[in-house]
Structure formats: C-alpha cells, structure tokens
Design a protein around this ligand. Sequence first.
Ligand code: AHR
Length: 534
Amino acid sequence: MVRSSSIFTKFASILILGSMILSLDLQVSAQVKVQLSVDTSKPGPKIDRNIFGQFAEHLGYGVYEGIWVGPDSKIPNTRGIRNDVVTALKTLKVPNVRWPGGCFADEYHWRKGIGTRTVTLNPNWGGVIEANTFGTHEFMDFIDQIGSQVYLSINVGSGTPQEAAEWLEYLTTSQPTTLAKERAANGHPVPYKIPMVGIGNESWDCGGNMTPEYYLRQLTIYSRFVRNFNPAQQGNDQMQKIAVGPGGGEARWTEWTDTIMKAWEKRQWSWDMQGLSLHNYTVINWANKFASVGFGEKEYAQILRETLKMEDLITTHSAIMDKYDPQKKIALVVDEWGSWYAPSPGSNPGFLVQQNSMRDAVLAALNLNIFARHADRVRGANIAQMINVLQAMIMTDKEKMVLTPTYHVFKMYVPFQDATFIPVTFNAGTYTNSGITLPRVDAIAAKDVTGKLWLELTNVDPNEFVEIEVNVPGLNANTGSGETLTAPTVDSVNTFDAPNTVTPKPITAKIQNGKLIIKLDPKSVTVVSLGNAK
Ligand code: AHR
C-alpha cells in the first residue's frame, strides 16, 4: 500500500512535471518560431568540397603522435601512421590536407625528409627537434590511407625557386629523370598527383615579412617554375596554384589583395594563379586569449560575435577580386581559420594545444555556412588544425583518441560536399547576452548529386528552443531525418574519460503538405535530409 501510494505519488509528480515541461514547451514555441522557405527553383553554385579541407602542420603533436607514431610503435599503425586516426578521418571524407605548414612550411627543406633523414629544429613551434621522419613519402601515404588529396605549401621564405621546382619534378614526373629515379628508389615509381600548391604562407609575416610588391615578384617567379609534370594532370585536372592573400580586413590587407589581383589581371602568359588565400582566426585579444574551457555565456557570445566577422572579411576581399576578375576565375581559399584560445594549462605554449567545446561546434557551423553562401568565390578552406592543434577534429594522448565537437560538425556536413547551394529565406531573430546581440538562427540548404535536399540549422541561442517551420514547395517525402548536436553547457567538451558528452543524436521530423516542423535544442547544430524536391 505504502509502496503503491509512493509509486502513485511518483507517477503523479512525473505527470505534473511532464505537463509543466509541455506547457513550458508550448510557451517557448509560442515565443520562438521561425518560418524558413527553401527555393529549389533558383539553385546557386556548387559548394566546393574543398571548403571542408584540413590543415596539418609540423607543430606540437599535430603530425608527430597525432598522425605519425612510427612502424615500431605499440599503437596500432600502418607503416607508422596510426590506424584509429585514419579510420576517424576517412569518415569525414577529407577533401584535401594542407601540409607541411603554416609558418613551418617557409623553413621546410623537402630533401631533409626523404631517404636518410636530417635532424633539425622547429624554431617556430617550441624550438623542438624536427626529426624529419614524417616527410614527403609518409605524407603521401597518409593522404592515400585517408582517401584525400594533397595541398602542398611551398617554401618561398627561406627556399629557392629551384628547390621548389625540383620538389615538384621529384613528385610528378613520369620521365626517367634522376629525380624520378630517386623517387622510385624511395618506393614510389608512379608519379604522385598534386592538385594544389600554396606559393608561400603568410609572406607578409612569418613567411618573410614581405611587402605586397616584393611578394608579387616572388609569386610570378615561383608560379613560372613550380610545374606539375604528371601526365594525368595536364588537362582539366591541372594543379591549382594558390597565392598568399590577406590576413584580415584592415587597409594593409585590402592593399595586398588589390596588388596581387591587379597584377593577375594584367599578367603575361608566363605566370598564373588559380586561387588567393585568406587567413582569419577567431581571437579577441592576441595578448590575452580566451580560455577554451571553463567559460560562461558572455564569452560564448563574444567569441561568436568575433567569428561572424568572417562574413565581412570575405565580402570585402571578394569585392576587390570582382574588380579584376568579374568571372570569378580565381578562388578565395580560406586556408587557415578557426578558434585560437589560450594554451591548455600545463601544455607547451608553442604547441597550441586547446580544448574544443560546444562553442566551437557552433562556431564551425557558422563559418561553414558563410563559406557556402559565398560558394561562387570561396572554393577552398582549411580549418586549423586537424589533430591536437588549435580547433582540432581529433585529440590524442599516446594510445588514446577522442573526437571533438568540431569533428562531429564536419561529419554532419559531409552531404554538403559538392552539393548545389539552394537559397533559403528566414527571419533569424536575435539572441542577446551581455549587450551582445547575435542572429539567433542560421541555416543553409543544398541539393546533393542524387537530388536529395539537405538543410543545416544552427540555434545559436544557448537558452531557448526554436521551432522551425520549413516550407519546401513540391517536397516529395513524409519525414525529414538527420542528426543534431547539442550539449549540457556552452563549454561542454569531450575528454578521453568522457568522450561522448558532445555527440550527435538522430532526429526525425514530420513533413505535412510540404512543410517540415522541427524543434531545435538550444545551442545546437542540426543537419536533416528532406528527401527529393522538384
Ligand atoms: O596555425 C598556426 C599558425 O598560424 C600557422 O603556422 C601560421 O600560418 C598562422 O599564423
């Protein structure tokens, strides 16, 4: 009796609680409702899969330990490359990996990383020993293992055009030159494919402190002599040369873009480029960076406000490019982006180790959506960096590995790779904290090659649910299904001990009369497929 009454009491309180939650929900729905229309009749450009590119620099544990453990390691590996990391990256369908830097690239001499290795230093990043065990062939093997493509950074700062030209000959020629024979002797008789090269890195700063005019001279020389000889890359599949571009929105950067683009418009037959890079990190104060964990809602709002500046930056530099290249032949390649926080306590400050939270997941989605909306010009981007460095996909500690919230976002966005951008219209509403007002909702839509429609919906608001009513005329499906990523708090992270705190959950929603109603959790990233649309 007592037991059953206590069961009853419990049951009654569950009912009361349930109805409270329900009525709360109804109130919330009444407050935060967003109508979103998808216009499949006006398809936009292709969202180039290269905007989901990665970046692996010889920096901290990014390459050594993150990718390379050596063939004798107890950590399961294939020819020295760790198997757990390869498996995780294959799921992301990584389109390209930028290597070997960053600032490191302008001090990298490729010959030290083939055959008998030369032990040297890494003065940029902690002054540690660079054993050069992970060199050209190991990188190419890694690219093969994860099923990706190469984006090679050429040393302009401390190298020579001859050194760069010989690297490309070594990699790509099918003719029996001395360099090709050396490549074959090192295990790879077949020429490699090199789809992208970057001519220098941040040449205005760590890459040699060059003026725009001085860099332009270097670019024209390197562009002339850095040739790809692979017979399979002489037609439509030619190597893309990416010039160093701006690192911000201020006057010196607009001058940089203007100088390079103006020269490109008037170029001679003997040099060319296919892309201009742009670097932009989300940092509020370089001298006193924000913490990557243990922060509150104010810091969440501050960082997201900062990251949204990517929109203006792309608009500013695209407008300059449009002046000289109205046909948008030159791609804008955001080949370094992401959050940059204070080093994790106890880590080597030169290793750029930071945690990755739900805030970073929202930040990643907002940036990917900006790139997608600029898909006509932004045809490449590389988040910094892939493993153990800055806004990483993966973190490792010896044999342990954990997938970050940012990893999950990249996985959820796979359907958007090479999909066709579809315009959406909605009133985003606002979210305000500590005097900072941000758009509450963000969204993009795209049609994949099979004709399936995909929708990404971000709820920036960390407190309120948002009910979205999606109108898609002519939609041929009864349910939408996909995944949603949220977390208990804005600073929730995945750790080696608790790896699934921020992990996607399946989501389904009914479609009736061409309308899909979907409820977004606070601070969430959601990707759903809506079936085929006309
Ligand atoms: O990603 C870390 C560093 O940031 C890169 O080496 C450099 O290009 C940029 O300044």
